[in-house]
Design a protein around this ligand. Structure first.
Ligand SMILES: Cc1cc2nc3c(=O)[nH]c(=O)nc-3n(C[C@H](O)[C@H](O)[C@H](O)COP(=O)(O)O)c2cc1C
Length: 457
């Protein structure tokens, strides 16, 4: 076994109930403190102490209203509703840490790239270069209609929009301000040299941005690019842009196949294997012994809200499980929701079919991603097994209780992984990109965001 480094992200959301529906009711869960600064400050300190690479902040701009055709189940059960804006918690967490990165989810479908680019540059300045962007295209129809669209834009077109959105951002971040544009000379009173600040002249199918970036360059310029859609069109987009891909897999077999497809697409688009990290979502349930871990799992299960879990599943897949019987088998349907989710449950692992009853029992803990249950040693072993057999680079760890899951993982599993040479004891780079890739703060020269220069100064 080689000792490939394990990358660790904490997967959270600015909401009381994230992936494990109903678990906010557990007495050890403090996640309903999400409204308070102290909750995020405490979590950030903990994660940095535990040598996590980043905190990954999920987000949606609508409520989950597919199940029973209503948003009531999600609202009633606190299933990713209510949900606050994730951007504002980043400066809170960065102010009390020096190394922890922040993967901020933001949708290309619902905000203009000109204003968004400034928001990310601002965050990159405030965090000293520790910001990543989880580029999403949004899967909820309820988000689309509330920003004034008649309905959700089609699945593949959302990725076309995303590609042009990225082009606008690349131009603003990478090309608008030259490296030495800012002089900030108090003697001459010159802050910036206007000859070195350039209009980007972007005129495309979806966006028109003639002018220059509003912000001066930040430590990373372009935030680290995360992406989490693994449908064929999603993988194509990822292979042109992403530096870190986040996948969802209910088993090692499904994970292995998704990783294989992703790496093949990256190669096809001329990206080097070391240019991309693939992290899978996983929920650890840790006990002192195997037996006590399983007791914990049983205890957690008592707090699952199946109604909340079905509400989440409806939003993710566009499928209303209230229309099925327990013994029905889930089959692939093509719609405008998250295609990779339905794909991974129906098409990726040929040996596994899911009945509705099995799904109900499974998705209450950690959604459709895997969970591992055991003693600290067993959990560490299983993570290594995922690394070897699925070929992932690390994990986006979801929680049953927060900060409980992270605290237990940090106290009991991280030291084992460090002993085994899997997780470094110190942070290796100053910025998020340098910490992840060890090749400096900026996008690599051969990244498409750099190499497809379109701005003509
Ligand atoms: C593991 C995972 C996590 C995701 N997290 C979010 C999220 O927080 N917010 C969001 O709007 N979309 C999220 N997405 C949606 C994707 O980024 C993408 O827009 C969606 O999956 C549709 O793409 P696909 O059909 O290629 O999978 C996530 C997807 C996956 C697979």
């Amino acid at each position: 076994m080689n000792n490939k480094r394990i990358y660790l992200n904490a997967f959270v959301m600015n909401t009381p109930g994230h992936m494990s529906a109903g678990l906010w009711t557990h007495p050890d869960n403090d996640a309903s403190g999400y409204r308070k600064s102290e909750y995020w400050i405490k979590l950030a300190r903990l994660l940095e102490k535990g040598r996590f690479d980043a905190v990954f902040l999920a987000d949606v701009l609508g409520t989950y209203d597919v199940y029973r055709g209503s948003r009531d189940p999600a609202v009633r059960r606190g299933a990713q509703a209510p949900v606050n804006d994730p951007s504002y918690i980043v400066p809170l967490m960065s102010a009390v840490t020096n190394h922890l990165g922040f993967g901020l989810t933001a949708s290309v479908t619902h905000e203009h790239p000109y204003t968004f680019a400034r928001r990310m540059t601002t965050l990159d300045h405030l965090t000293n270069g520790r910001v990543g962007w989880n580029i999403v295209t949004s899967y909820l129809n309820s988000a689309a209609v509330n920003i004034g669209l008649d309905k959700q834009i089609g699945h593949d077109e959302r990725y076309d929009i995303a590609q042009e959105y990225l082009e606008v951002c690349y131009k603003l971040w990478e090309e608008s301000w030259e490296e030495d544009a800012v002089v900030a000379d108090k003697e001459t009173g010159i802050y910036a040299n206007p000859e070195k600040v350039h209009d980007i002249h972007h005129e495309g199918k979806y966006y028109k941005v003639p002018g220059a970036h509003l912000s001066e360059p930040s430590p990373q310029r372009t935030p680290v690019l995360f992406q989490a859609g693994a449908s064929p069109r999603g993988r194509e987009f990822a292979s042109k842009n992403a530096e870190l891909v986040f996948i969802n897999a209910p088993s090692i077999e499904a994970g292995r196949e998704t990783v294989k497809r992703l790496r093949a697409d990256f190669e096809k688009n001329g990206r080097k294997p070391e240019d991309i990290k693939i992290l899978t979502m996983l929920t650890p349930i840790i006990g002192e012994t195997e037996e006590s871990a399983h007791q914990k799992l049983e205890e957690f299960k008592k707090h699952i809200s199946h109604e909340g879990a079905f509400a989440l599943f409806g939003g993710w897949t566009g499928i209303d499980l209230s229309e099925f019987d327990d013994d029905d088998v889930l089959t692939y349907v093509e719609n405008d929701s998250m295609r990779s989710v339905i794909e991974v449950l129906t098409r990726v692992d040929p040996d596994k079919q899911w009945t509705i009853k099995e799904l109900r029992d499974f998705i209450g803990i950690g959604g459709i991603s895997a969970y591992v249950v055991g003693s600290p040693e067993q959990v560490a072993d299983e993570l290594e097994q995922w690394m070897e057999e699925a070929g992932v680079d690390g994990f986006n760890l979801a929680h049953t209780t927060s900060p409980g899951t992270f605290k237990e993982f940090i106290e009991h599993v991280v030291p084992i992984l460090q002993e085994r040479g899997r997780v470094p004891k110190e942070y290796e780079g100053a910025t998020l990109r340098d910490n992840l890739f060890g090749q400096g703060d900026r996008l690599p020269e051969d990244h498409p965001g750099k190499s497809t220069r379109k701005v003509r100064f």
